[in-house]
Write a protein that binds this ligand. Structure first.
Ligand code: GLP
Length: 244
């Protein structure tokens, strides 16, 4: 595991963007997997800046999102589809021609999961995956207890995951109860993984994920077994990784 501890969230974002940019500059047709959430927003800002500066061309990339809420209209401003449009795709002069996000309202949920796995297989598999970490150690929407072997699947969101989003949805009762997510199997098969974490609130769960036992109870702990894992964090998030 490569651990990069940056001074602050801005530097974490710049480092993460550099890892993505390096991958795309070396292989313009890379297959990427991308997260949503507050943590990667700065990384997307830097990627947009690199494109605007003429340094980076993402148009040849094939991009898959990790997850989506189930049951929201696709154009709902809180859907991950809307997030990606707002924070990345609509800001690029030449966005990737091939972009995939699990459907939030599929007619047949199982068929959507199978189609998503098939699309990744046809693309040749994910070469670089960027991940955030949830308050309970989830990656994508793989909540504690998710078996390692699952591909794309639908998932009952954990209470803590829903509570974190309550303000955005105007109360816990309005937060979707279900999500659709790439599985741990897909995550572990990607060629390279970049795990991001920012802020003191992530310190304890990050330490459990990186230093604790590998267990389905802390889904991110499985990343300890990935041969090419780079963890990029700011100092507050690294707070529990070092001894005083
Ligand atoms: C959400 C997403 C994850 C994300 C995580 C952390 O639930 N499904 O993909 O990594 O929460 O989000 P944040 O970066 O806002 O802390």
């Amino acid at each position: 595991m490569n651990l990069l501890i940056e001074r602050n969230a801005k530097d974490m974002s710049a480092t993460a963007a550099r890892l993505v940019a390096r991958q795309v500059l070396t292989q313009p047709r890379s297959v990427l997997a991308l997260p949503t959430g507050d943590t990667p927003r700065g990384m997307y800002d830097v990627l947009v800046g690199l494109e605007q500066g003429g340094l980076l061309d993402l148009s040849g990339v094939c991009a898959f999102n990790l997850d989506e809420y189930l049951g929201l209209p696709e154009d709902d401003p809180r859907s991950f589809r809307s997030y990606m449009l707002k924070h990345l795709w609509e800001r690029l002069a030449a966005p990737p021609a091939h972009r995939y996000i699990p459907m939030s309202n599929p007619a047949d949920e199982q068929a959507e999961c199978t189609a998503y796995d098939e699309a990744m297989r046809r693309a040749g598999g994910v070469e670089l995956m960027v991940l955030g970490i949830g308050p309970n150690g989830h990656i994508g929407f793989n909540e504690p207890g998710t078996p390692w072997a699952l591909g794309t699947h639908f998932v009952a969101l954990a209470e803590v995951t829903r509570r974190k989003e309550a303000a955005r949805f105007g109360g816990l009762a309005n937060v979707p109860r279900w999500g659709i997510s790439m599985g741990i199997r897909t995550i572990m098969r990607s060629g390279q993984i970049v795990l991001l974490a920012s802020g003191e609130g992530k310190a304890e769960v990050l330490a459990r994920a990186l230093l604790g036992p590998v267990t389905t109870e802390v889904p991110a702990s499985v990343l300890q077994l990935h041969p090419r894992l780079t963890v990029v964090v700011d100092r507050p998030a690294a707070g529990a990784l070092t001894t005083p």
